[in-house]
Design a protein around this ligand. Structure first.
Ligand code: WTA
Length: 651
């Protein structure tokens, strides 16, 4: 558990309790602890009626016959129902006054802006859906999307949803090798990209990376390219087309296709404990219900709200809480292309002030970075429009929480610390801001209808304040359905470690008030700046370098990123440890996966500590990497001297 122990001791001391203020509670969707507990009881007693009643608020072309069909670990929600996500996010709002309400307020990194009303967005989505059809995409095909944070990204995903094409969005920071692997696993037929995107004032060249990836991706027939940065690109005849050329003549009429509730809406690749990323599959009806209801109750969304989530749509947070869950509620979603500190460290606060953002959702890593830059930056701006703040992606340390609360929220905004995963599709544990008092560092209590627990290896519940494994006991509507074309892996990965339940991979404890304190991953997944990475992925990238014989990668505490990446590397044959080689290896990982996976430290060693059965003793490496004294049983160490040597090298 990367950095876990430290976190546990620090949060254990946390005793502060922040009650929602009366004014907030009175206007909130869920107004009191009593109301929350009543909902939980109702959901516990009869989950199908609970979810079924909520699902009726969505638009269905055809009602379902059965709320849940559960053949563990495979669930089907709203069996027989026909629904379309794009219809729910767009068409529904055109019937009334919302038609000319801003759906997306977009701000580019250089400061250019665009606002799309629900009607505008609907028109663009219909047009692009027609473009996709014209280019041969049919229901069930996969479309890969590799784009900067520009409105066309939202348009492309909703267009896929409209015609039943399954999108696979790949974060624009991934390398061409990572992109190729993901395209190939999903067998995508078409790629949507851009000539480039802006990041920290420079251009990231996306089309070029796609060109490189497509050399090894035979399934792709067509590519659509948005012009964003005017970066010169090579267009291959018959394969590559400009977005604006295709859109020029496209009709803006395109009926939303009634899709089976279990039709795959998207695949999103995420890191697991092996070198190969997993294609997490989310389907239509249940996912939309989960994201819609959680967004409404947790962000307390109102029609008057301007909501902003700073995540990238390339991660699940952007899928669920920039686009689907927000637009289905008919709310205005702000979308920003660039980094929080460009051109200056007050960019986020400048945007909050400019658009009078009411609800703001970001990651602890961003908060920590901004804390370090000082409170003078937020103090330059009027943040009085803010009424609710949220965090996601990793445990938030109480210090960062308090800064967020006082400096940004001016002590009047509730903070929702939301725990969830790519796999869960929507938020599972979080305060309902008008109902649940918060404690800095705790995601507090489960969403009604979500049955979470902390257990030991055998699945038995543990006592309050004892650490254990965080599990989910019952199926929920927005759960992942499988791993793309690998149901066996789905079963092994999530449903085998602890009998009969979904294992999250996280460690947690629950306090006497029933509050959950998530401690971090207990498997070989690390959370770097809120981005999930498998240590195995980084290891395979390192080992693919000709100079490397073996590598072990672990997390170590980092004051800003939460967790940093430390790599222990043994070299092949005659290669000598040298600074130059360290640099080359870091560059190699960047090329193989992307800059997010670049190791912070590389340490060369002659051997890695292993058990007799050949397993690398990561616990020891973690201790060394984080400078802790090694404790625990080392009697299974194959070679005691290795540990001593690694320690010495450290000094
Ligand atoms: C971690 C991001 C503590 C956790 C939505 C989880 C958190 C992993 C929190 C999923 C939180 C996410 N407190 N830890 N509020 N939110 N995590 O798939 O370890 O990118 O398993 O989804 O992030 O990361 P993923």
């Amino acid at each position: 558990m990367a950095g876990g122990e430290k976190e546990i001791t620090s949060v254990l001391k946390e005793r502060r309790l922040f009650k929602p203020n009366k004014e907030f509670s009175q206007q909130a969707h869920i107004k009191s602890l009593r109301e929350y507990e009543r909902l939980c009881k109702k959901a516990e007693k009869d989950p199908e009626t609970f979810w079924g009643t909520l699902a009726k608020e969505l638009h269905w072309f055809k009602p379902w016959k059965k709320v849940l069909q559960w053949k563990p670990p495979f669930a089907k929600w709203f069996v027989g129902g026909k629904i379309n996500v794009a219809y729910n996010c767009l068409d529904r709002h055109l019937e009334g006054w919302r038609k000319n309400k801003a759906a997306i307020i977009w701000e580019g990194e250089p400061g250019d802006t665009r606002t799309l009303t629900y009607q505008d967005l609907h028109r663009e989505v219909c047009k692009f859906a027609n473009v996709l059809k014209q280019e041969g995409v049919v229901k069930g095909d996969r479309v890969a999307i590799y784009m900067p944070m520009i409105p066309e990204l939202a348009i492309a995903m909703l267009a896929c949803a409209r015609i039943g094409a399954t999108h696979s969005i790949i974060f624009g920071g991934f390398s061409s090798a990572a992109l190729r692997d993901r395209i190939n696993d999903a067998e995508a037929k078409l790629v949507v990209t851009a000539d480039g995107g802006y990041r920290k004032g420079s251009v990231i060249t996306l089309k070029e990376k796609v060109d490189e990836a497509l050399k090894g991706s035979p399934s792709v027939e067509k590519m659509v390219v948005v012009r964003r940065t005017n970066t010169p690109v090579k267009m291959r005849r018959g394969r590559d087309f400009w977005w604006h050329d295709l859109m020029k003549d496209a009709s803006d009429h395109c009926k939303a296709v009634p899709l089976d509730s279990e039709h795959p809406l998207f695949i999103l690749y995420t890191s697991g404990t092996t070198g190969k990323p997993k294609g997490v599959v989310h389907t239509t009806g249940g996912y939309l219900l989960g994201t819609t209801v959680t967004a409404r109750w947790i962000f307390d969304l109102k029609d008057t709200d301007t909501y902003w989530c700073t995540a990238d749509i390339g991660w699940v947070t952007g899928h669920s809480y920039i686009i689907y869950g927000i637009l289905s509620n008919g709310v205005t979603s702000v979308m920003y292309e660039g980094v929080p500190t460009y051109p200056q460290p007050d960019r986020l606060w400048q945007i909050v002030d400019k658009y009078k953002v009411n609800v703001f959702y970001t990651a602890p890593t961003a908060i920590r970075a901004l804390v370090k830059l000082g409170k003078a930056w937020p103090e330059r701006h009027d943040l009085s429009s803010l009424r609710l703040l949220g965090t996601v992606g990793e445990p938030i340390n109480p210090e960062a929480w308090m800064w967020y609360h006082t400096i940004i929220g001016k002590k009047k905004c509730p903070i929702v610390d939301t725990w969830w995963q790519t796999e869960t599709g929507s938020i599972m544990i979080s305060p309902l801001p008008g109902a649940i008092p918060t404690k800095p560092g705790s995601a507090t209590r489960p969403f009604p209808g979500i049955s979470v627990d902390v257990v030991d290896r055998k699945g038995a519940g543990v006592k309050p304040n004892i650490g254990g494994y965080l599990i989910i006991k019952r199926p929920w509507p927005s759960m992942l359905r499988t791993i793309w074309r690998d149901p066996k892996r789905f079963k092994n990965q999530y449903w085998s470690d602890i009998p009969g339940v979904y294992f999250t991979g996280d460690g947690a404890r629950r306090d006497r008030d029933g509050y959950f304190w998530v401690m971090g991953r207990v498997d070989d997944v690390i959370n770097v700046a809120g981005h999930r990475l498998g240590t195995m992925e980084v290891e395979s990238a390192l080992v693919s370098h000709p100079a490397v014989a073996e590598a072990a990668v672990v997390g170590r505490p980092d004051p800003i990123k939460g967790t940093g990446i430390a790599a222990f590397v043994t070299l092949e044959g005659k290669n000598k440890p040298a600074e130059k080689l360290k640099k080359a290896l870091k560059a190699h990982v960047t090329k193989e996966i992307g800059a997010i996976a670049r190791p912070d430290d590389i340490r060369f060693t002659e051997n890695l500590p292993k058990t007799r059965s050949g397993k690398i003793m990561r616990r020891l490496l973690r201790d060394i990497a984080s400078g802790n004294e090694t404790v625990g049983d080392t009697s299974t160490l194959e070679d005691y001297t290795v540990l001593a040597t690694l320690r010495q090298e450290d000094e």
